[in-house]
Design a protein around this ligand. Structure first.
Ligand code: UFG
Length: 328
């Protein structure tokens, strides 16, 4: 298939692009390089530096590359904390960009779409692990923006026959030997812990140790980025028979912040000092996914469910790319 990947220079988008190419698909990447890195885009992919805010350019892209079979939409503002400080970046820009993309895609006859959605739809889950039928309570303008896009897709299906899947990622992590997580600023736990091991930070701050969990720190479901990539590819290949789908994507197993740090100590051999700080506003105590639906419907199976393997893959990339991509 010929797949248009927005945000294909970013962490999850670039690794999924590389996996698509490995599986024999053709990839066209659009990225504005706001967070993404030109060096992360696989050399076999077509790369177009463009902004989804620019509707004219989007129409030109669909005209210049006819026969696009499907879209994977990764490009987005993605930080829960930032969305509480700059809500319009999320409530306006994330939505407008997705609507611009969908409008141009529909005009060009594209009817397959995979959305990067989020566990931030489930701020107050009543049941752990969290299944797709859990009540949606977005935890931030970021989560709300993804919920709006999920709803927009529903109407695109009703009105235009769009086939789509929304993949709600829990905590994406891990790297491949060639591509990894390189955000500026970095806010995610695993890369921060590894920056301590590299001597780039004196310690990691644990955001609260008074949660009702086994060691008082938050529990998250860490899922390897390659397992996310395989879910995207399986879903895209199955969309014609699926129609409309929403899938929660995680390992179904939760680890505490302290367990992540302890595993990173084991993997890196570094003491990784940790200090306890206050809670980070907006952090739920426990987020663990039930991925039973995607397992049953698509036969998806995580290949890297083990936390030590995940952190070792991230350590390999961070150790060999201590300053991330060279285009900074
Ligand atoms: N944490 C720390 N110290 C740090 C960084 C993080 O203790 O320096 C803790 C957080 O409080 C949280 C856990 O580590 O309990 C994981 O935090 P991350 O920032 O790595 O990830 P989040 O769970 O906050 O967010 C991720 C994605 C979001 C997505 C969300 C859905 O980054 O895009 O999962 O749950 F919306």
């Amino acid at each position: 298939m010929k797949i248009l990947v927005t945000g294909g220079a970013g962490y999850i988008g670039s690794i999924t692009s590389a996996e698509l190419i490995r599986a024999g698909h053709e990839v066209i990447v659009i990225d504005n390089l706001y967070q993404g890195h030109r060096a992360a885009v696989p050399p076999e992919a077509v790369f177009i530096e463009a902004d989804l805010a620019d509707r004219k350019t989007l129409s030109e892209i669909f005209a210049a590359y006819p026969g696009i079979d499907g879209i994977m939409h990764f490009a987005s503002y993605t930080l829960v904390g930032e969305s509480m400080e700059k809500p319009f970046l999320y409530l306006r820009d994330n939505l407008t960009n997705a609507a611009n993309l969908l409008e141009a895609a529909i005009a060009a006859g594209v009817r397959r779409f995979i959305l990067s959605s989020t566990a931030n739809l489930f701020d107050r889950p009543e049941r752990i692990p969290i299944a797709e039928h859990e009540r949606i309570v977005p935890g931030s303008p970021y989560g709300e923006s993804k919920f709006f896009i999920e709803r927009t897709l529903h109407w695109m299906a009703r009105i235009y026959g769009m086939r789509y899947a929304c993949l709600r990622y829990f905590n994406a992590c891990g790297d491949t030997p060639d591509r990894g997580e390189d955000h500026d600023p970095e806010t995610h736990l695993i890369p921060i812990v590894l920056q301590v091991a590299l001597g780039q930070r004196p310690h990691v701050t644990i955001f609260g140790d008074d949660y009702p969990t086994r060691d008082g720190t938050c529990v998250r479901d860490y899922i390897h980025v390659l397992d996310l990539a395989s879910a995207h590819i399986l879903a895209m290949e199955a969309l014609d028979r699926l129609g409309e789908r929403r899938y929660n994507l995680g390992n179904g197993q939760g680890f505490t912040v302290r367990e992540v740090i302890e595993t990173a100590r084991k993997v890196t051999g570094h003491p990784i000092p940790a200090v306890v700080g206050p809670r980070r506003p907006g952090d739920p105590a426990v987020l663990v996914a039930s991925s039973d639906t995607i397992r049953a419907e698509l036969g998806w199976q995580p290949q890297y469910p083990d936390l030590e393997t995940i952190i070792a893959s991230a350590w390999e990339w961070h150790r060999t790319h201590p300053y991330g991509y060279d285009d900074k």
